[in-house]
Write a protein that binds this ligand. Structure first.
Ligand SMILES: [Zn+2]
Length: 94
């Protein structure tokens, strides 16, 4: 894939096109487009989460903002419940 093709994939994806449409339009294999988009999205997600990690209030649930209980001897949790944890990761993984 050329740099130009990568840029066009990203641009088309941001304009709301599905990977299958992008592949057709750019005459590229669907799997190539799909895995490229997945990789580029993962990078974005990791960066986003890092920003949230750095700036967030560590005493509150990342998802709903409920105050978290701190359990001595245990790693501080990021979410008040599994429900919030799953919801948060679903949102942040697209
Ligand atoms: Zn919560």
């Amino acid at each position: 894939m050329t740099k130009d093709e990568k840029n066009r994939i990203i641009a088309l994806s941001e304009s709301g096109k599905k990977p299958v449409d992008i592949a057709t339009e750019l005459n590229l294999p669907y799997n190539t487009v799909k895995s490229f988009l997945r990789r580029s999205r993962e990078v974005e997600v990791i960066e986003e989460v890092k920003v949230v990690e750095d700036s967030r209030d560590k005493t509150k649930c990342l998802c709903c903002g409920e105050p978290l209980k701190f359990v001595v001897g245990k790693k501080q949790k990021k979410f008040c419940s599994d429900k919030c944890r799953l919801k948060y990761w679903r949102v942040h993984n697209g």
